[in-house]
Design a protein around this ligand. Sequence first.
Ligand code: NAD
Length: 315
Amino acid sequence: MTITLLLNIIRVMGKVVLIGCGNVGMSYAYSLVTSKNKVSELVLIDVNHKKAEGEALDLQHAAVYNKTRVKIKAGNYEDCADANIICICAGATQLPGETRPDLLNRNYKIMSNIVGAITKTGFKGIYLVATNPVDVMTYTVLRLSGAKPNKVIGSGTTLDTSRLRHLIGEVTSIHPKNIHSYVIGEHGDTSMVPWSCSFIGLNKVDQFLTEEQCSQIVKQVRNSAYEIIERKGSTYYGIGICLQDITEAILEDSGEIKTVSSYSKEHDTYFGMPSILSKRGIVRTLGLDMRPIEREKLDKSIKAIKDMCNDINFE
Ligand code: NAD
């Protein structure tokens, strides 16, 4: 057996269905099919089927440049039955000046239709949700689908964490992969950074950054989405890669830690916390040894998510 053949066998094999072929969905799809560990099958679904068809045709031409083959097509809900992962990026976008909670009711309706159609197929795989407000939408999917909490995952604060690492990297001139610092809580205005649990290499972050620099960085992380939306309308490349990274961690059974939105039984809600991913979904969410003031901030963030969840009339 040649090495190339062997490499092809250990590459990720899996069927992914993407629902919502807008900017976020297609950035994710493009990242997936151009990644070295791409999936073997990708099905695109959108309420605008013609758009899904156009995107599938376009993407097939990009996938030609990868070494392994991937089947790409525009499909329908029947394709969900044997999928490993369904990634939901369908939804209304955040308009300039609109907060994520404002999106809640518009996106809840969309989510009920989608999850209703998926559950009818007998889908047993993993739900990955990106639609905002993502923590609330992930909880919505849990409630509507009846799936086990470990199999319903939100993109959570993975994007915020990328933004944090990027900014710390800029200030310290250290590569983001050596920066072990996370944004946790809501993917939104109440997100927080537990600095007491943040490291660069093996050193505490306060050996590199002053308190003032830390608070400036947190502000910039929180404002990132608003800054981008104000200039170009929406954000999508960053989240596209985050979703690809989560998808591959699941399909590869990698055991990687990511700040996905995970279910907390204690709070009966979802929020971003470092969690271990495997092919079963979330294996474990890690507790953090935070300072009391950080714990308070996280509690406030969880409360903000719970308040939004309480506004939803689950039937
Ligand atoms: P978009 O408007 O470009 O795309 C949305 C797509 O969803 C459209 O193609 C639309 O036709 C489709 N759609 C709408 N209703 C549908 C339905 N019922 N079934 C199937 N498809 C449907 O928006 P976008 O920029 O791609 O953003 C999508 C979502 O992702 C938004 O909720 C946005 O706020 C969110 N988002 C999340 C993060 C994150 O970190 N989680 C980051 C950026 C954006």
